[in-house]
Design a binder for this molecule. Structure first.
Ligand SMILES: [Zn+2]
Length: 224
């Protein structure tokens, strides 16, 4: 079984591109623009000028966080890929770049088409959590696209996204993922899905067992 190697890099121009999209964006009960302005209130004066200034002034810190993310991920990747293989029954990892770009904004978007994502350099749940969360999306989308074509045809893009977020939150709070993320506290996803998540949890026990991913998907689908 081949596993992708994840790289962690800085990418200032991606931050410039994404901030424009996120400054005016709210979804799933999270206001991203507000989040950006809370951390970087000065950005209002000159968006790109501010980003250049911030990168220059914090260059060392940003580089150090990329190194740090790399080291941390190395300690958990093996366990992560083993757990994923079990849940997704050895579904092969889709091709892609597999790069986590360090970001100065706490938006943490992912790019399904080339398998890259952004991680806030000071993320409160840590780089392992974000990396696990995004990689889980990558394999989940690929799995549903290829193994559940019946379902894929019926789902709108928005419902597919909801399904993936709810499945993510349930899996990430299961015991095998807690070991990877090293966080015993409950991980909260989008506030909008809180009700759905607790409803699914109630219906399904021990969801990380092999052959349960199908049941999990079918249970979530009914609630969308
Ligand atoms: Zn997500």
């Amino acid at each position: 079984m081949e596993y992708p190697h994840i790289q962690f890099r800085l990418n200032k121009s991606l931050d410039k591109k994404m901030v424009i999209e996120f400054l005016d964006f709210t979804t799933g009960g999270i206001n991203f623009g507000k989040g950006i302005l809370n951390i970087h209130p000065e950005i209002k004066r000159s968006i790109f000028g501010y980003i250049d200034f911030f990168y220059k002034r914090n260059n060392k810190i940003l580089k150090r966080s990329a190194d740090n993310f790399r080291k941390k991920w190395k300690t958990k990747e093996k366990l992560f890929f083993e757990v994923i293989s079990k849940i997704f029954r050895n579904h092969p990892w889709p091709k892609g770049k597999y790069i986590g770009y360090i970001s100065i904004f706490d938006c943490n978007p992912r790019f399904l088409q080339d398998k890259t994502f952004q991680i806030f350099y000071k993320h409160k749940t840590g780089p392992i959590y974000i990396t696990v969360h995004e990689l889980l999306h990558f394999i989940f989308y690929d799995y549903v696209n290829k193994k559940r074509k019946d379902l894929r045809k019926k789902l709108s893009e928005d419902d597919f996204w909801r399904l993936s977020e709810i499945v993510n939150e349930i899996l990430l709070n299961s015991p095998s993922f807690k070991k990877i993320i090293n966080n015993q506290k409950k991980i909260n996803g989008y506030p909008e899905f809180k009700k759905n998540v607790s409803c699914v949890k109630h219906k399904i026990k021990k969801i990380t067992e092999i052959d349960k991913i199908g049941i999990l998907i079918d249970t979530v689908i009914k609630l969308l």
